[in-house]
Design a protein around this ligand. Structure first.
Ligand SMILES: Nc1ncnc2c1ncn2[C@@H]1O[C@H](COP(=O)(O)OP(=O)(O)OP(=O)(O)O)[C@@H](O)[C@H]1O
Ligand SMILES: Nc1ncnc2c1ncn2[C@@H]1O[C@H](COP(=O)(O)OP(=O)(O)OP(=O)(O)O)[C@@H](O)[C@H]1O
Length: 543
């Protein structure tokens, strides 16, 4: 179905090719997972399949890519519309109509699918993705995860032979991600659809994949079964890391596999736990600053309404200096709305917010930003200069930090980015790292981050968690709205779960996530009833 022969891709001014003499065959009905570090070339690889690379991105493609027998160099991307369905990293950028229903039907209209078939498939897809009640909504009013579901639905309705998905679950809550992946697997089985999916959260996808394509970052592509490749790859889900630590062979890919083997490990760990006064995880260690001084932020009865949608219904939120709080909850539960209302630039229909004696809502935007920083879900909007170096220099200058501060942070998160590149030419994760470096340089007393781990590999997330912990240790208060349960397990002191605009759980991370089917990290599920959250914690205990 997909054939790469001797394919190389080199972007303008790049010192070396992003893909280098790649040879590969993907059979009909295979589900291939594409994995690799941030900037390794995953999106480039996906783009080469549908001709977006090089037709739209620039750069030079040599060698030959054939999809369903057609050479992508000889046919423009639109001629593949009936064969390849693509969901990109930014759903909003890909929408062509105004409302949910129109968007679901658009692809089929282009392919002249008969109206009665169209209606049926639209209804099926609305149900499949749990978005039936959003059918008449304008796309721009949807939450991030709702948009991502519509984007996936819009390609599914056209029943393409090949489905190309770039981080399709990055904005989805854990349950929605499982549902969407189950729906995609069903297409593979029932219709023989070929699926190529790039994803950083391997814990979500590895178990569904027939084959793993690993991009080690040198331009090559390694292909094999997920267990084979993950045994040595530079990216691996927590469960595989745990398997490597415990010496399990073959490596487990699902929680179920791992639980079967975890008995002896659980026994060893329970001996360690019996010893008194041992703290294992970063989260168990006492946080010196936490609670020592007054609260960093106090909000009471916050309400947000959009017409007749009540997005936030009377939320009280108190944040201590030095605290890292994770805000979790289903797509559309009101997390982003709460963050924007607290920061002061989003709508607020009721309630009070107090940051250091001021209400950000009443301040000029610049003053509000100095009190409360917010990294939005589409962080690219915050970048406006024409190179990475210029953005970093500007960040140092504006915040009065020593020259090189922002660049230093960027290198910690994602090393080796060429400073001369235009931010628009960065990979998704590289661009997010740049935004985070710029925002973290400013260090306002309160920092709000909306889904800040899209496009970041495991190593980048560990570094990011470490940077946040350092900021917290200096008294900053941080809120992270996220669906990334593994990231929450490494970074958050406390978790709040929202549902339908209200807080439904609030407590220390372990208490909230360990027994939760949706929010427990893989390690907690494998080692339950013991309450371990991360591989690092387990490794430390065993030492
Ligand atoms: N249009 C472009 N012009 C120049 N360089 C580019 C362009 N697009 C991508 N690159 C560079 O090519 C490399 C690979 O980018 P790509 O987006 O394929 O990575 P990725 O593995 O998908 O990353 P992520 O995990 O962050 O999504 C990066 O170093 C990026 O800076
Ligand atoms: N401008 C708007 N007009 C109408 N409804 C809106 C608007 N913005 C958001 N909503 C609705 O408000 C609810 C809360 O949205 P919000 O973006 O706060 O959710 P979220 O918890 O951040 O979701 P996600 O996890 O998907 O990012 C959703 O049902 C959303 O569709």
């Amino acid at each position: 179905m997909i054939e790469f022969s001797q394919v190389s891709v080199t972007y303008p001014d790049a010192t070396r090719p992003t893909l280098s003499t790649v040879d590969l065959l993907v059979e009909e009905g295979e589900l291939c997972l594409v994995a690799g570090r941030t900037g390794a070339g995953k999106s480039t690889f996906l783009g080469a399949i549908n001709g977006l690379v090089p037709h739209f991105t620039g750069g030079l493609l040599s060698g030959r890519v054939r999809v369903a027998g057609k050479d992508t160099a000889k046919h423009p991307p639109r001629e593949f519309a009936d064969v390849v369905g693509v969901v990109g990293q930014d759903p909003l950028a890909g929408f062509v109509t105004d409302t949910v229903e129109e968007e679901l039907a658009y692809g089929m209209e282009q392919l002249a699918v008969p109206p009665e078939v169209m209606r049926k498939r639209v209804e099926e897809t609305l149900d499949l993705l749990g978005i039936a009640e959003l059918r008449n909504r304008p796309l721009r009013t949807l939450s991030g995860g709702q948009q991502q579901r519509v984007a996936i639905g819009a390609v599914l309705t056209a029943h393409p032979k090949v489905l190309v998905l770039d981080e399709p679950t990055s904005a989805l809550d854990p349950t929605a991600a499982e549902d969407v992946l189950a729906a995609i697997t069903r297409l593979v089985h029932d219709l023989g659809t070929t699926v190529v999916v790039a994803e950083h959260r391997l814990e979500r996808v590895a178990q569904y994949a027939d084959r793993l394509l690993h991009l080690p970052g040198d331009g090559s592509v390694r292909s094999g079964t997920p267990a084979e490749i993950l045994a040595t790859a530079d990216v691996a889900p927590p469960i595989v890391e745990l398997g490597r630590l415990a010496g399990w062979s073959p490596l487990p890919l699902s929680v179920r596999d791992a639980r079967r083997r975890a008995g002896p490990l659980r026994d060893r760990l329970s001996e360690v736990v019996m010893r008194p006064n041992v703290a294992f995880g970063a989260l168990d260690a006492p946080n010196a600053t936490l609670g020592r001084s007054g609260p960093a932020l106090e909000a009471s009865s916050v309400q947000v309404r959009y017409g007749d949608v009540a997005a936030v219904r009377g939320v009280d939120l108190r944040l201590a200096q030095g605290e890292i709080l994770a805000l979790m909850g289903r797509n559309g539960s009101g997390k982003s709305s709460l963050l924007w209302a607290v920061q002061g630039s989003g709508p607020r229909s009721g309630g009070r917010v107090d940051v250091g004696g001021a209400d950000p809502h009443a301040l000029k935007p610049r003053q509000a930003r100095a009190l409360v920083g917010l990294v939005p879900q589409t962080p690219g909007d915050l970048l406006y200069l024409d190179s990475v170096d210029a953005e970093c220099a500007q960040a140092d200058h504006e915040s009065g930090a020593a020259p090189g501060t922002a660049r230093g942070l960027l290198d910690r998160l994602t090393p080796g980015i060429d400073g001369a590149l235009h931010p628009g030419d960065l990979s998704e994760g590289q661009r997010l790292s740049l935004v985070l470096a710029v925002q973290l340089t400013a260090t306002p007393p309160v920092l709000l981050l909306d889904e800040p781990t899209r496009g970041l590999d495991y190593q980048a997330k560990r570094q990011f968690a470490a940077v946040l912990a350092e900021l917290a240790a200096r008294g900053r208060a941080i809120v992270v709205a996220t669906h990334d349960v593994e990231f929450v397990a490494t970074v958050a002191h406390r978790v709040i779960v929202m549902a339908e605009g209200e807080i439904v759980a609030d407590g220390p991370t372990k208490d909230v996530v360990v027994a939760s089917p949706a929010f427990a990290p893989q390690v907690a599920k494998v080692l339950a009833p013991q309450a371990w959250l991360t591989v690092a914690e387990v490794a430390k205990a065993l030492r």
